[in-house]
Design a protein around this ligand. Structure first.
Ligand code: FCB
Length: 446
């Protein structure tokens, strides 16, 4: 690791952040750990998917990734050196239960125990995600999230994690981005398990919410629990309401109001028949109070009506302005908008920004002015939302390290720390130094 430059004296930050607020950084197991065959880890749907030709750019996989499984101590040192206060990581289910059910795999859970203890030794708060997309392949073979039983298995896994880590972790995220899992994984087929079937995707979405609810019951005695939803403001014509129903309300309404949005139910039932995945009592469970809502925010979406594009009749349009390397529009105010909306339309509850960040095709591996500007702009939006009364409690940059960006492979670099994948050398980018100094500045004036 290169030496970090001394911290410059900066201007005090504008709006204060809510009491209890922490600056964090986020990663996910399959994107950084590597070591996919070590210590009894079972196969996940992302191992299977990435090893199947045509799914991931250049045929890349997470087999080695950032080798974090072996370099975790160095990575935690880096987090601490950057003044970062919370680390959102994910637990790989197939390390804990290689086939998704039955007895715990001791070496697997021990790895996370060491990791969490390493955080606590360095004064870093652990935020553990239980499902960041790496379903044990054996459960997929038995129907995956389309099978209700998977939600029950998820609760069993959550109970194991709570038993082994509940004394050292007090912040829990159940499922990450159920919309992506359900619809990108089961309609578009761009993500594992690569299914293309609307009725399956709808069942999956319900079982993910049910899984969240059942897991939350296991975890609640051990701290604060919430899901992480990817939310976007939608801009456009009549299609905007539809897209909002598809992306945002389909998850927010059951969680906060105990009901799926009627316009979307009517639409889906018109095409696919009764939404019979929902059983009596499910929505009561799903709408049990959350300790916080996790929000992953990257960009707004622009849409217009396209009658031929069934069932939604929504066409996605190119974003305005200079796009990120992912092709995403940059709109920090969209984050403020989402935060204010949750408080106004749903509930005034603690919000964790569980992911926010940008991939850029940086000309220089460590000079990343665009990423720095992206993060600075979004942090300002968080402060603006806080000034409007939103109780934002965490802000986690996606991501600590350049990593395996799912179907895009290693070419989409979201890290504030550069990773040379040939040598595994980590080098903080300018954005990491900016973040370190921003945290110091904020704490200096607190
Ligand atoms: C989110 C995922 C995360 C990462 C970012 C860029 O959808 O949760 O793993 O891929 O996007």
């Amino acid at each position: 690791m290169t030496e970090l430059a001394p911290q410059p004296a900066g201007a005090p930050a504008a709006d204060p952040l809510p009491e209890g607020f922490r600056f964090g950084v986020a990663t996910a197991a399959y994107q950084i750990e590597g070591a996919v065959r070590e210590d009894g880890r079972g196969e996940s749907i992302w191992d299977r998917f990435s090893h199947t030709e045509g799914h991931v750019a250049r045929g890349e996989t997470g087999d080695v990734a950032c080798d974090h499984y072996h370099r975790w101590a160095e990575d935690l040192d880096l987090i601490a050196a950057l003044n970062i206060e919370s680390y959102r990581f994910s637990i790989a289910w197939p390390r804990v239960q290689p086939t998704g059910s039955g007895a715990v795999n001791r070496p697997g859970i021990d790895f996370y125990r060491r990791l969490v203890e390493g955080m606590l030794e360095r004064g870093i708060e652990p935020i553990a995600t239980l499902y960041h997309w790496d379903l044990p392949q054996a459960l997929q073979d038995a129907g995956g999230w389309a099978a209700r039983d998977t939600a029950e298995r998820f609760a069993e896994y959550a109970a194991i994690v709570a038993e082994h880590l509940g004394d050292v972790v007090s912040q829990w995220i159940t499922v990450n981005e159920p919309w992506v899992v359900a619809f990108l994984g089961h309609v578009e087929g761009r993500k594992a398990p690569g299914v293309r079937h609307w009725p399956t995707a709808l069942r999956v979405s319900h079982h993910l919410l049910l899984g969240h609810a059942l897991a939350a019951q296991q975890l609640r005695a051990h701290g604060a629990v919430g899901p992480a939803l990817n939310l976007s403001p939608i801009r456009g014509d009549a299609a905007a309401e539809r897209q909002d129903g598809y992306l945002n309300r389909w998850f927010l309404d059951p969680l906060f109001r105990g009901a799926y949005p009627q316009d979307m139910l009517d639409l889906y039932e018109g095409f696919f028949g009764d939404f019979d995945a929902v059983q009596d009592g499910d929505l009561e469970l799903i709408s049990q109070p959350l300790d916080f809502l996790g929000i992953n925010y990257y960009n707004p979406m622009r849409v217009r009506m396209n009658p031929g594009d069934l069932p939604l009749q929504v066409e996605l349009l190119r974003g305005h302005g200079t796009l990120t390397h992912m092709g995403w529009e940059v709109d920090p105010d969209g984050l403020r908008e989402i935060l204010v909306r949750i408080r106004r339309e749903y509930r005034d509850l603690p919000i964790y920004i569980t992911e926010n960040g940008a991939a850029y095709d940086d000309a220089d591996p460590v000079e990343d002015p665009e990423r720095t500007a992206y993060l600075a702009g979004h942090l300002e939006a968080v402060r603006a939302a806080a000034a409007e009364g939103v109780d934002v409690q965490r802000y986690c940059v996606w991501s600590l390290l350049d990593n395996f960006e799912w179907e895009h492979g290693y070419d989409q670099r979201f890290g504030i720390v550069h990773v040379d994948f040939a040598t595994q050398e980590r080098t903080p980018k300018r954005s990491a130094l900016w973040y370190r100094d921003e945290i110091a500045r904020t704490r200096g004036v607190d």
